[in-house]
Design a protein around this ligand. Structure first.
Ligand code: ADP
Ligand code: MG
Length: 578
């Protein structure tokens, strides 16, 4: 029994209205506009989920915590409110932790709430049920971690978690709730008063006028300027301001993967299909919510060419500046405020970028698009990646408000380039880590948070990490259409064991029928072998809104090792005679 519960005179309790830890957690989340919880029930949070559902919060129960965590993370990206994932102690917590770390790496606001065991026993390491010092373990993997020991502190604990997740650079937060907390009681009125509604959880951060002027001066000196839009720009929901800045400046732009659609990929200023030339030959680069990490070759080396380059970087995180190369004009602030200030600075003296630069990029882009076109129209069986993706490209063109979830190796790399996006925050993928396993979690949250149809384009290997959630998709009857690019394995389906004993390490059961998995739970399963069949099946799924899984048979010889990042594989120099 807690000290607080003790202080209530049992005889008076009959008339006194009481609340407890369960209800305070729920009330605190509701007060702060949290409408959905993603999680997996179990000790000690089973009743918390039940009660939250009874109180009107949507509680979506998954089959594995990692998928629930990924769902919460992408809900955070899509809504700018922290996505909440609820798990049991120790193993459930650890399963959720992968998603929490991934959310932090990707700057997605998320709160992992895990039940935990008795502090007294955990701290003396006396062997409790699912004993683990979860707070200590979570700390290095997220932005902030808190534990609440008293019911009266739940309001503050939840408020701190929310503010930590969404303010500044967004990220993951861990909130540790020991089992005992839930049944602690306190006076209902005092409980209500202890709750905190977070005011202005992500305050605008206005850039310094000097910094804006410095950036404009650098920009005005550019001969070959380029704007790179990252997923921070997509997250910021400053779509109109960003579009106005790009169009008013006339500067070519390049979207990072999850920033595709912020301006349509078919926009006349898009340099998407001239990426190599744009990076190599630009002289001033404006980074808006994109980091110079491995995905941009750290801002140096062959990718960026030999000519001197100046970077203007817009980011809410001051420490991001100079992380890889010198930033000539750091612009620290929120993207909405900074881009508005830059736009205001494009006054009468602004001159459109030199025509030869714009023409060079446009010519290169149009050439590359023309080169690709015939490959996308190939209607062969079995399909290659280009033929299959050509069909899906048309689907998204015809249904630009659908959300595309994408993971795999070749399936990811090629889809990123081939499938044009037309609207902001419609492309959700493996992000900063290039991690597999986000597929079904992202697809489920995308459907729930937006109500839009979801198309999940999955490598057969990538799908395996979250595949059991097809049951969840059927259970909640979500408008999710999964297309599995089934090439019998990882990268390709042809590997063999040189000793002849086992299957090769990168192959799966030949000619599997993933579509049958969906049928097992009452969804629609379809097997297709040509791009035409694929297009028809996806259209039918999207028209009906029914959970659908399409097994798309891809030539096992069609892929390449690690897709476009095969160069990251270390090479052995030792040749053994066997
Ligand atoms: P990408 O992978 O698309 O290049 P990154 O995840 O590397 O994108 O970069 C996103 C950047 O955006 C991060 O450095 C993050 O700090 C920044 N960011 C996120 N939200 C905002 C915001 N509202 N305002 C400014 N910067 C933001
Ligand atoms: Mg495969």
């Amino acid at each position: 029994m807690s000290a607080l519960a003790h202080s209530i005179d049992p005889s008076a309790a009959a008339e006194q209205e009481l609340t407890d830890g369960f209800h305070l957690v729920i009330d605190a989340l509701k007060l702060n506009g949290i409408e959905t919880i993603y999680g997996v029930p179990g000790i000690p949070i089973t009743d918390l989920g039940r009660m939250a559902q009874a109180e009107g919060i949507r509680v979506v129960s998954f089959r594995h915590e990692q998928n629930a965590g990924n769902a919460a993370a992408i809900a955070g990206f899509l809504t700018k409110k922290p996505g909440v994932c609820l798990t049991v102690s120790a193993p459930g917590f650890l399963n959720g932790l992968t998603a929490l770390a991934n959310a932090t790496t990707n700057c997605f606001p998320m709160i992992l709430i895990s039940g935990s065991s008795e502090r007294e026993i955990v701290d003396l390491q006396q062997g409790d049920y699912e004993e683990m010092d979860q707070l200590a373990i979570a700390k290095p993997l997220c932005k902030a971690a808190f534990r609440v020991l008293h019911a009266a502190d739940i309001g503050i604990g939840v408020a701190r978690a929310i503010r930590a997740a969404v303010s500044g650079r967004p990220g993951g937060v861990y909130l540790d709730l020991p089992a005992k907390l839930f049944s602690q009681v306190m006076d209902a009125e005092a409980g209500a008063k202890s709750l905190v509604k977070v005011i202005d959880p992500a305050p605008a951060q206005i850039p310094a006028p000097d910094a804006v002027k410095r950036a404009l001066d650098v920009l005005k000196g550019a001969k070959r300027p380029l704007i790179i839009l990252g997923k921070g720009a997509a997250y910021a929901q400053a779509d109109e301001t960003i579009r106005a800045f790009v169009e008013t400046s006339g500067i070519p732009f390049l979207p990072m993967s999850m920033a595709k659609g912020l301006l349509p990929d078919t926009h006349p200023q898009s340099a998407g299909a001239a990426r190599s030339t744009a990076l190599k030959d630009s002289d001033v680069v404006v980074l808006i919510g994109a980091r110079l990490n491995w995905l941009l070759s750290h801002g140096k080396g062959k990718t960026w060419g030999d000519a001197p380059k100046k970077f203007i970087q817009v980011d809410i995180e001051p420490k991001e500046m100079d992380s890889n190369v010198e930033i000539a004009a750091p612009l620290v602030g929120d993207i909405g405020s900074v881009v508005a200030a830059l736009l205001a600075g494009l006054d009468g003296t602004w001159q459109a970028p030199p025509a030869d630069w714009v023409n060079t990029l446009n010519t290169k882009r149009d050439e590359n698009i023309a080169k690709m076109a015939p490959r996308l129209m190939k209607n062969s069986a079995p399909m290659d990646f280009h033929g299959a993706l050509g069909a899906l490209r048309t689907v998204i063109k015809e249904r630009p408000d659908a959300i595309l979830v994408n993971e795999g190796a070749n399936t990811l790399d090629l889809a990123r380039g081939i499938i044009d996006m037309y609207q902001p925050r419609k492309r959700l993928d493996v992000g900063t880590w290039g991690v597999m396993g986000i597929g079904m979690g992202f697809a489920i949250a995308a459907a729930i948070e937006t109500g839009k149809p979801v198309l999940a384009v999955e490598g057969d290997s990538a799908f395996g990490f979250s595949g059991m959630e097809v049951e969840t998709i059927c259970r909640y009857n979500l408008p999710v259409c999964i297309v599995i690019f089934n090439n019998n394995g990882i990268y390709r389906g042809l590997d063999t064991d040189p000793t002849g004993r086992d299957p090769g390490t990168t192959v799966f059961v030949k000619d599997s029928r993933y579509d049958k998995m969906m049928e097992a739970f009452g969804g629609v399963g379809v097997n297709v072998t040509t791009p035409d069949e694929l297009k028809r099946a996806v259209d039918a799924a999207m028209d009906s809104g029914r959970p659908t899984l399409i097994n798309a048979v891809i030539d096992p010889a069609a892929g390449t090792e690690s897709g476009r990042i095969g160069n990251l594989n270390p090479q052995s120099v030792v040749k053994r005679k066997s």
